[in-house]
Design a protein around this ligand. Structure first.
Ligand SMILES: C[S@@+](CC[C@H](N)C(=O)[O-])C[C@H]1O[C@@H](n2cnc3c(N)ncnc32)[C@H](O)[C@@H]1O
Length: 309
């Protein structure tokens, strides 16, 4: 689906499909790791483009954050993008949006001004006018593994029709691996089998239809490039070093999550999966293993000069 008109008609998923929910403490625990993994280069390019764009239209920078959760994107970007800024955070979870609003009070743009922050509690589907309205830049982080190919392509088409730039951070690419004490990737047949089950689980319906999972970065980049945008891409993996106590709880939580997803895919493999989990958790706890999780940041810029959004 390429035409923006078609994009705006993307249907809402059937009501029976459960929506994906994320615990606030999980989002908080990953925020620092996200911040150190993000591409500062792509953030700087987005800031430069926005400065030129707002110089042309004279108003505040309009930014919409899709699947904003508790506002991690806002907290990372507010001091790095030019001001004055007008943000709209969109998510279907009112509790996360409420956290985002509370934490926004202390944020400042590079000129020391407080960004204006509004929240919109709604589903990302249908992808209609209200989703992208009044934005120069569309941002999202850790979102696109959950959406369908149609939704992602429709989003890009709708943003292109409005000459909006796109900064999509920390999209998982489906890869993860354990690292030895020297930081070298190690894996055995059991790791590969669990990862394959996990990747299949990522492609299950997360509320919008069959999910992109680890294909998201490639699908997005192809859609952006086909639209004639300048596309910049950076690998932004999480790296947790072996023996780093600060990140042990998060690493353990990841292993439990991989195990649980694999078990849902292959309930008959319960014993084997439990043994794998026990062995890998022991390696993490002993400081012998770290891990990496593949992510990618993408920035897509329309040519300047542009019209209004
Ligand atoms: C992995 S979290 C990422 C949150 C935030 N962007 C971050 O980086 O911390 C995905 C977010 O997308 C939201 N989300 C998932 N599916 C959604 C849907 N169909 N409509 C609206 N929000 C959705 C979730 O509530 C959650 O806040």
């Amino acid at each position: 689906m390429n035409a923006p008109e078609a994009a705006l008609k993307t249907a809402a998923p059937p009501a029976a499909v459960p929506r994906e929910r994320f615990a606030a403490d999980w989002l908080a625990s990953r925020e620092v790791l996200d911040a150190r993994s993000r591409s500062h280069c792509l953030t700087g390019l987005a800031a430069g483009w926005l400065a030129a764009r707002t110089h042309a239209h004279g108003g505040p920078v309009g930014i919409v954050d899709l699947g904003s959760g508790s506002g991690s994107n806002l907290r990372f970007l507010a001091s790095r993008l030019p001001g004055p800024q007008r943000w709209r955070l969109v998510d279907h979870d009112p509790a996360l949006l409420s956290l985002a609003r509370r934490q926004a009070a202390t944020l400042r743009d590079p000129d020391g001004a407080r960004p204006r922050v509004a929240t919109q509690c709604r589903d990302l589907a249908p992808l209609d006018e209200a989703l992208l309205a009044r934005a120069d830049l569309v941002v999202a982080s850790a979102l696109f593994d959950l959406v369908t190919r149609d939704w992602a392509e429709a989003l890009v088409a709708a943003a292109v029709a409005r000459h909006q730039a796109l900064l999509f951070s920390l999209s998982v690419d489906g890869d993860w691996a354990f690292l030895d004490a020297a930081g070298e990737r190690i894996e055995d047949d059991e790791d590969r089998a669990v990862r394959a089950l996990f990747q299949a689980h990522q492609r299950r319906d997360k509320g919008l239809g069959p999910a992109l999972g680890g294909d998201a970065p490639a699908v997005l980049a192809a859609a952006m490039a086909a639209a004639g945008y300048r596309v910049e891409s950076a690998t932004t993996p999480w790296h947790v070093a072996a023996g780093d106590p600060e990140w042990l709880p998060l690493a353990e939580r990841l292993v439990h999550g991989w195990h649980d997803a694999a078990l849902e895919q292959a309930p008959e493999e319960g014993g084997r999966l439990a043994r794998w989990r026990q062995r890998r958790l022991a390696g993490l706890a002993a400081g012998e293993l770290g891990l990496s999780v593949g992510h990618r940041d993408l920035l897509a810029l329309p040519p300047l000069p542009t019209g209004g959004a």
